[in-house]
Design a binder for this molecule. Structure first.
Ligand code: FES
Ligand code: FES
Length: 141
């Protein structure tokens, strides 16, 4: 009997107890919404961030993922990771960091890519709503 690929316990933990599931008011000015899909499998992830405009810091995060266990675990882990980060820091997160933390096998790499795409999309949505924030960020450093 072939051994079944067993998921890493961190994946199972995030899958069984996903952190920060839910949604926020999409129209709120301080909320950025990212909605992305994985072409490889059709799974969908919605990620929302609430931003403190005084320091461009993410103060709250919520997600809803219609997808496999690795996608749910990736988004759950991502929400814990980005809380408290500045938009600039959060925008630099790579899916490989998520995959490494969760020990995702190569065939599940695209699931963590969904999480990277989702945070990027949420950040750009926030910037679209708050064009001045982006100007400050670019000029600030
Ligand atoms: Fe659809 Fe992952 S392939 S759940
Ligand atoms: Fe498609 Fe995980 S997101 S298999």
């Amino acid at each position: 009997v072939a051994a079944r690929r067993s998921y890493h316990e961190k994946v199972l933990d995030h899958y069984n107890n996903p952190r920060n599931v839910g949604s926020m008011k999409k129209d709120a000015e301080d909320v950025g919404t990212g909605l992305v899909g994985a072409p490889a499998c059709g799974d969908v992830m919605k990620l929302q961030i609430k931003v403190d405009p005084t320091n461009d810091t993410i103060t709250d995060v919520k997600f809803k993922t219609f997808g496999c266990g690795s996608a749910i675990a990736s988004s759950s882990y991502l929400t814990e990771l980005v809380r408290g980060m500045t938009l600039e820091q959060a925008g630099r997160i790579r899916n490989t960091e998520i995959a490494k933390e969760l020990c995702l096998p190569p065939v599940k790499l695209h699931c963590s890519m969904l999480a990277e795409d989702a945070i990027k999309s949420a950040i750009s949505n926030y910037y679209t709503k708050n064009p001045k924030a982006r100007a400050t960020d670019l000029g600030g450093t």
